[in-house]
Design a protein around this ligand. Sequence first.
Ligand code: 6IA
Length: 138
Amino acid sequence: MKIYFAGSIRAGRQDVDLYIELIKHLQGYGEVLTSHVGNSEISAYGEKGISDHDIYERDMDWLRQADVVVAEVTNPSLGVGYELARAEELGKRVLCIYRPQEGKRLSAMVSGNRRFAIKEYKELEEGKKTIDDYLQAA
Ligand code: 6IA
């Protein structure tokens, strides 16, 4: 299985440690095309040595190849929102996982889309279980 994991990069790296663990878990199911999303050396400023155009083309190519998209959407990110819309257009299976935050709500453009599976969770172990339930139900 080819898995496209989406998580915030320039919109903020506060959840990178969580992304790392989620990606490790997903690697038990197949190839995670976007494992750099969990690279703690990539700051909110981004990767060095690759142009934005190349990042865009590379990521869109991976998205086309993916069998499933898993997005951690707690930290709102333009890039992740864009990837979700393109994934929908490409007819991909999409799981969005989200940790409810005091005083914030997930964008209705994500939570209101019935083509996406949206699952709330509180901490890593529950997040992994949510992924298991989704991927094993396929
Ligand atoms: O808007 P954001 O940067 O938070 O968007 C994050 C999402 O877009 C992730 O799910 C990635 O798949 C994708 N993405 C955004 N930036 C990059 C990136 N480097 N490398 C790979 N994927 C990315 C950033 C920039 C750099 C050259 C300075």
